[in-house]
Ligand binder design. Structure first.
Ligand code: PGA
Length: 246
């Protein structure tokens, strides 16, 4: 069995006071030993999060650019993320895709550069409501996964996050059956298009309104290897989500 992976995505929330309180809660909580935990901090708080979180908890940036340095006002590079002692980056999040207009192509380039820079990548995919209703969920997530897979040489540094856009921040969680169905199909896609070994070892995590109340059932599905948690990752209930498989 693969190591369960729980990511928190703080998005553009919190300040040093509230994030400091959350960090204290996480540092002093009893966390399941066999679950890998990573918190996605806002850029300006990466250093703060890494300096204050216990070493057993990883930190992720929420985005980065596709090259190491240069005249790209407002962007940050994997090298800078690593320089803060941070080991992960979230790429392709639906808010990057749909609020900031990032294309599959740009996300692929970012994935390639982050991996070349030795960062771990939490690569996000997921269909919009109208795509699900039109019956095109598989086409959408396969195309997004292809654009990522084309840029991955070493899958051991990649976690794939399936996050249906209609479930993000809406309180409308995918049912355990809906999540399992897409995760299983994604794993089969990887088996056919990447390799048997990667299909068996890659973590496919679910995101979209995961809470302390629904995490156990979602996490008990065969192909759900963890979560990416937004809103609930800012609350003490994040500890219950981390311990969903304990
Ligand atoms: P949510 O966000 O848990 O608030 O729905 C999930 C995400 O965007 O990763």
């Amino acid at each position: 069995m693969v190591t369960f992976f729980v990511g928190g995505n703080w998005k553009m929330n919190g300040d040093k006071k509230s994030l400091g309180d959350l960090i204290t809660t996480l540092n002093t909580a009893s966390l399941h030993d066999e679950t890998e935990v990573v918190c996605g901090a806002p850029t300006v708080y990466l250093d703060f999060a890494r300096s204050n979180l216990d070493a057993r908890i990883g930190v992720a940036a929420q985005n980065c650019y596709k090259v190491a340095k240069g005249a790209f006002t407002g962007e940050i590079s994997p090298a800078m993320i690593k320089d803060c002692g941070v080991e992960w980056v979230i790429l392709g999040h639906s808010e990057r895709r749909h609020v900031f207009g990032e294309s599959d192509e740009l996300i692929g380039q970012k994935v390639a550069h982050a991996l070349e820079s030795d960062l771990g990548v939490i690569a996000c995919i997921g269909e919009k409501l109208e795509e699900r209703e039109a019956g095109t969920t598989e086409d959408v997530v396969y195309a997004q996964t292809q654009a990522i897979a084309d840029n991955v040489k070493d899958w051991s540094k990649v976690v794939l996050a399936y996050e249906p856009v209609w479930a993000i921040g809406t309180g409308k969680t995918a049912s355990p059956e809906q999540a399992q169905e897409v995760h299983e199909k994604l794993r089969e896609w990887i088996r056919a298009n990447v390799s048997e070994a990667v299909a068996d070892s890659v973590r496919i995590i679910y995101g979209g309104s995961v809470t302390g109340a629904n995490c156990k059932e979602l996490g008990s599905q065969n192909d759900v290897d963890g979560f990416l948690v937004g809103g609930a990752s800012l609350k003490p209930e994040f500890v219950d989500i981390i311990n969903a498989r304990a």
